[in-house]
Design a protein around this ligand. Structure first.
Ligand SMILES: O=C(O)CCC(=O)C(=O)O
Ligand SMILES: [Fe+2]
Length: 294
């Protein structure tokens, strides 16, 4: 019986008392890692905080993924300017369902975020050739940006960047600071500005680059060659920290005349967990990052 079948039965699962340490995989998860050829990716995540997934889909899938992103972005100003990208993609085309359910992504998500990990974001970006000089530095960050430092021993979040085009320095690939996950904190202002120690990730079109929630990286590198860099960014997060009770059904009419604190308590004043996704909230986004550090 598969796990998916097993959880639909009423049988009470065996109670677990000990929490596994990071990268202490169950036999079942270790077998899946091995069957999918992901040992190197797991080792790299553990050692350096990031890694690559190669040859996990046929070229046809990558072509379909890329074409879908371009089609949707043309009609969707999701990232501010037309054709820069889009978000909330899961519901916008079935190709994104295939992407988030890819066995290699799901297995790595379980390694890095545990069982029951949730989709946090399915977004895409389209980076054209730079029309201005500059090194694009200043955007270094850790994706678990709403977790205070020191970061917990257990990773909170993992981001997979599906490179629909080649990743190289000239192509404007993501820069990462290898081993920065060991710092267990956000980069400071100077580190963010200088991006010291950052290197360009490199892979062929169709491969996936991933990093854990504490690894410092930046997406600002300019593209210096012709064409566009199309990337699908898929983030999963641990299941923890969701409230027990869901009050999303309480609408603006219910909130009318109630104190601001009630809006805060219901998560209406931060940028998380909204049907518009992360790009539509202006000041709420940086406010969330600031509140998280208090
Ligand atoms: O666009 C990129 O190269 C990376 C963007 C980023 O920070 C992310 O996907 O977490
Ligand atoms: Fe990021």
């Amino acid at each position: 019986m598969s796990e998916a079948e097993a959880i639909t039965t009423t049988e009470r699962p065996e109670r677990v008392f000990d929490t596994r340490l990071p990268f202490e995989l169950s036999d079942e998860l270790a077998k899946r890692v091995s069957d999918l050829g992901l040992e190197e990716a797991v080792q790299s995540a553990n050692d350096h905080g990031y890694g690559y997934l190669h040859d996990i889909v046929p070229p046809e899938f990558v072509e379909r993924l890329r074409a879908t992103v371009i089609r949707i972005a043309q009609s969707d100003p999701g990232m501010g300017r037309p054709s820069a990208g889009s978000n909330m993609l899961l519901a916008k085309d079935p190709v994104f369902e295939e992407a988030v359910l890819n066995p290699s992504l799901l297995t790595m998500a379980e390694v890095l975020c545990g069982k029951g990990a949730l989709i946090s974001q399915v977004a895409a970006s389209i980076k054209p050739k730079a029309d201005q000089p500059g090194d694009g530095k200043g955007g270094l960050h850790a994706d678990q940006n709403w977790t205070p430092a020191p970061f917990p021993v257990h990773n909170q979040l993992v981001t997979f960047c599906w490179a629909c085009d080649e990743y190289s320095e000239a192509a404007g690939s993501t820069r990462v600071v290898p081993d920065s996950h060991l710092e267990r904190r956000h980069p400071n202002a100077e580190e963010t500005a200088s991006e010291a120690g950052a290197i360009h990730t490199e892979c062929p079109a169709g491969s996936v680059v991933f990093w854990d929630g504490s690894t410092w990286h930046s997406g600002g590198a300019p593209r210096t060659i012709d064409g566009e860099r199309v990337v699908v960014h898929i983030t999963y997060s641990r299941l923890a920290l969701r409230p027990v009770e869901c009050y999303d059904f309480l609408d603006e009419d219910w909130l009318e005349g109630k104190p601001y604190e009630m809006r805060v308590l219901l998560g209406r004043e931060d940028f998380l967990n909204t049907p518009e996704g992360g790009f539509a909230h202006g000041v709420k986004l940086s406010r969330t990052m600031d509140w998280a550090k208090t």
